[in-house]
Each structure stands twice: as structure tokens, then as C-alpha cells.
Write a protein that binds this ligand. Structure first.
Ligand code: NDP
Ligand code: HSE
Length: 437
């Protein structure tokens, strides 16, 4: 209760970095509106940080603590908002908070990708909520639509761009010719990149989000290690130029879909890789740190979600939505949705996935090379859609685009191409998504 007898909900915020600082700001700046929406005042009981000496806006020094473990079990805390990042410490803190009857809101995809099952079970046993809208695609509501709005439909596919940092880098390279390293540094300065940006550029962050999306879309437990992953650190200026000549752009895609095995049994394919996307496809125009997720469901058809996928205040918006939901449940009773994993679908290996490919190779510039290269594709029943030679003499490159084929056949073909005397190197292999051919 406040001094004048109004009901309060005690909130502990763990972490006051890019996202936590914005959550604290919104809690202070919008307190009266939030109180009206919740039916109780949201009062910050404490903010856990690592460095008590740092200057902080919007936060009285008396609220700061470096003892997160004690904060999450305090009697006067009803909801814990975890925005520290990493795995071991947040796993302990969230587990402890839930066991002590606190609802939890987190943006931590790395943790959720592997431990949603464990944490959701503790939350269910303790009759409290675990909300995580901000863990996928920043400000964009996609977790709640999948878990609640589409709970009565059958989702077939969830695919899109779910990492803002890599989209920021790829867009800057393609649109302005900017270099990789300085654009990555800029993404860090703008608060898009993870504490260790390897998670972004090598696709781990997108893979964690794919695991979360696949789990909730297909009612199965999918973890990060179930997701096939490639990053963007090997994408070159040549690749961007070749993409442009094919009227395509390169995007880091996360794709989660149901695919059948040879006996018609359903499996889940979850994968993250850079791919060529035709410029007339809606995902091609998603630029900078924006994200977009396309959901295909049996009855709803195709739905597209678009917005800011990273950054402090966009992400804080999603955190605040969850916080208001958790607070309303504390005030009025009721619970958020429980984890649903009844379908337990198996995971399909990447080799079974059908898609199109772009293969760029440095070749000797002489007669017969094209037929040797084409022969390796044809030997594995991969149909070629287009072949283009770029450069000449020492700079000769062949760029092959295929029709749809299994990934296993393409991998074998690439190995065989590397063994050809006339192929000096295979410089790039990328999938081509967003076309039916
Ligand atoms: P930051 O690195 O900016 O902030 C981390 C915060 O955690 C800092 O305030 C830091 O304290 C605090 N912290 C670190 N260790 C401890 C500790 N042992 N005890 C208490 N506090 C600690 O991270 P972000 O805000 O960018 O990200 C937070 C979470 O949100 C991550 O899980 C991230 O993946 C996720 N996320 C981030 C998005 C983004 O765009 N940035 C978008 C979506 C999700 P101090 O300030 O003293 O250093
Ligand atoms: N590092 C992440 C990204 C933050 O760039 O998308 C949002 O989850």
C-alpha cells in the first residue's frame, strides 16, 4: 500500500543497461498511467547492477544494489524483471524469484532457448507468471500472438529477420557499401548488439530466438542446439554485388517450419542462415535494425509482423507490456499462458531441407570448365536455373543459381566442386529463399 492507501505492486529490476535503463525510465515517467492500467501503483523496490559507481538517470541511488540474489527474494517484491543477460546468473535469479512466488518478465533469449522448460515448470508449480515477449524481435509483438491469438490455429511456418544487429550491418553494406567492422561497432554504440556481439554475427542470437519461436509455434520443446546455424561474418562485398546483379538482397533469416519425412510424419526444421531474398519480397525492404516475422497458419493464412527489433526503448516497450500483464494478474487474479509442449515433434536435419542455392566459385578461365561444373550439379540431380561468369582471366568467377534441391545434395556437390582441378576455390554458398522455383 502507498501512504495514501492505494494498492502497490513491488517491482525489482535486474540490470540497468540499454534495456533496463529504459524500463526504469518508463516506470518513473508513466507511473500514473501505468497505475490506472494495472489497478495498482508499480513501485520500484530495487534495481540490481554490477557497478554501483556508474552515473544513472531516472534512478535514485538508494534503489541501487549489487546484491541481485537478495533483491529477488524480498518480501515486498511481487515481480522481477530480468535484464542482465547471460545464462548462469539469470537462471539462478529467475529460478529463485519464481520459487519465492514472484512473477518474472525477461528479455533473455539466450537463457530461454535452453531453459524455458525448467523455468516454466517452476513458474507453474509456484502459480506465478513467466513472460518473455521482449526475447524475440524487440518491440514487435510476436510471442503473445503465437501463444495466445493463434492458440486455436495450426502454425505451419514462422520465418523472418529476428536479429537487428546483423540486419543493420547487412543493410549498411548493401545500401551504402559500408565496411563490416565499423558497422558492427556502430550497432554496439546504438545498443543493438549483445554484450558479446559474436552472438549476433555468428547467428547464435537468431538461433536462440528461432528455438523460442519454434517451441511456441509448434507446441514442442526446441532448444538452441536443435537449430541449424550460420552467421554473416563470411559475407563479402562480392556477395552483396552478386546479390544485386540477381535483383536480390542478403538477409540473415530464421526459418521454423513443419516438414514431413519420407513416411509423411511431421518434423520441425529450425534454421538460421544468410540467404538471398528477391528485392520484390517483403523481407528485402526490412532495413537497419528493423525486424519482420512472417507467420503462416492453416486458417489465419499469412500474417506479417514488422517493427524495431533491437535497442533500449523499443525492447523496453515489450518488457513493459509483459510487466503490466503480470501486474494485472497479481491485482485481479488470473495467470498468463502455461508452456505447451504436448506435440513433441522431432527435429529434421538440415540435409533434409529443400531450398535454392547460389554458389560462387573462382575458376580457371578456359573451355570445358562450365561443363565440368554443371556435371557435378547434374550428378546429384540438382537442376541449375542460371549460370553467370563474372570477370575474366585470373579474376574469372562462375555464379550458379539452382532450383530447389535437398541441402545434403548441395553439400556433396560443393565438396565435389572443391575437388575439381578447374575450380580454384568455392568462395560462397548461400541459400536463395522467397521464390518457389
Ligand atoms: P547491457 O549489457 O546493456 O546491460 C546489462 C545490465 O546488467 C547492466 O546494467 C549491468 O550492470 C547489469 N549486470 C551485469 N552483471 C550483473 C550482476 N552480476 N548483477 C547485477 N547486474 C548486473 O544489456 P542489454 O540491456 O542490452 O540487454 C539486457 C538483456 O536484454 C539481455 O538478455 C539481452 O539479450 C536482452 N535484449 C536486449 C536487446 C537490445 O536491443 N539491447 C533487445 C532484446 C533483448 P552495470 O550497468 O553496472 O554494468
Ligand atoms: N542483439 C539483438 C539484436 C538484440 O541485434 O537483435 C535484440 O534481441
Amino acid at each position: 500500500m502507498t501512504d495514501d492507501g492505494r494498492r502497490t505492486i513491488g517491482v525489482a529490476v535486474l540490470g540497468m543497461g540499454n534495456v533496463g535503463a529504459e524500463v526504469v525510465r518508463i516506470l518513473q515517467q508513466n507511473s500514473s498511467d501505468l497505475e490506472a492500467r494495472v489497478g495498482a501503483a508499480l513501485e520500484i523496490r530495487g534495481v540490481a547492477v554490477r557497478d554501483l559507481g556508474k552515473a544513472r538517470s531516472w534512478c535514485s541511488p538508494s534503489l541501487l544494489t549489487d546484491d541481485a540474489a537478495s533483491l529477488v527474494t524480498r518480501e515486498d517484491v511481487d515481480i522481477v524483471v530480468e535484464l542482465i543477460g547471460g545464462i548462469d546468473l539469470p537462471r539462478e535469479l529467475i529460478g529463485s524469484a519464481l520459487q519465492h512466488g514472484k512473477s518474472v518478465v525477461t528479455a533473455n533469449k539466450a537463457l530461454l532457448a535452453d531453459y524455458t522448460g525448467e523455468l516454466a515448470t517452476i513458474a507453474a508449480d509456484a502459480h506465478v507468471d513467466l513472460y518473455f515477449e521482449a526475447s524475440v524481435a524487440g518491440a514487435i509483438p510476436v510471442v503473445r500472438p503465437l501463444m495466445q491469438s493463434l492458440a486455436g490455429d495450426t502454425v505451419q511456418r514462422v520465418a523472418g529477420i529476428v536479429n537487428g544487429t546483423t540486419n543493420f550491418i547487412l543493410s549498411a553494406m548493401a545500401e551504402n557499401g559500408d565496411d563490416y567492422a565499423s558497422t558492427l561497432a556502430e550497432a554496439g554504440r546504438l545498443g543493438y548488439a549483445e554484450a558479446d556481439p559474436t552472438a549476433d554475427v555468428e547467428g547464435y542470437d537468431a538461433a536462440a530466438k528461432a528455438a523460442i519461436l519454434a517451441s511456441i509455434a509448434f507446441h514442442s520443446r526446441v532448444t538452441a542446439s536443435d537449430v541449424y546455424r550460420e552467421g554473416i561474418s563470411t559475407i563479402t562485398t562480392d556477395d552483396h554485388e552478386s546479390a544485386a546483379t540477381l535483383d536480390c538482397t542478403i538477409k540473415l533469416l530464421s526459418i521454423c517450419e513443419r516438414i514431413d519425412d519420407s513416411a509423411g510424419r511431421q518434423r520441425i526444421s529450425a534454421r538460421v542462415y544468410p540467404a538471398l531474398v528477391p528485392n520484390n519480397h517483403p523481407l528485402a525492404s526490412v532495413s537497419g535494425a528493423f525486424n519482420a516475422v512472417v507467420v503462416e497458419a492453416e486458417n489465419a493464412g499469412r500474417l506479417m509482423f514488422y517493427g524495431q527489433g533491437a535497442g533500449g526503448s523499443p525492447t523496453a516497450s515489450a518488457v513493459m507490456g509483459d510487466l503490466v500483464m503480470a501486474a494485472r494478474n497479481k491485482v485481479h487474479g488470473g495467470r498468463g499462458p502455461l508452456e505447451s509442449t504436448y506435440a513433441s515433434l522431432p527435429i529434421a536435419p538440415i540435409g533434409d531441407v529443400y531450398t535454392r542455392y547460389y554458389v560462387s566459385m573462382k575458376v580457371a578461365d578456359r573451355p570445358g570448365v562450365l561443363s565440368a561444373v554443371a556435371g557435378e550439379f547434374s550428378a546429384r540431380r540438382i537442376s541449375i536455373a542460371t549460370v553467370r561468369q563474372a570477370g575474366a582471366g585470373d579474376d574469372a568467377r562462375l555464379i550458379v543459381v539452382t532450383h530447389r534441391a535437398p541441402d545434403s545434395a548441395l553439400s556433396e556437390t560443393v565438396d565435389a566442386l572443391k575437388g575439381l582441378e578447374s575450380v580454384l576455390s568455392v568462395s560462397s554458398v548461400l541459400r536463395l529463399e522467397g521464390t518457389d522455383a
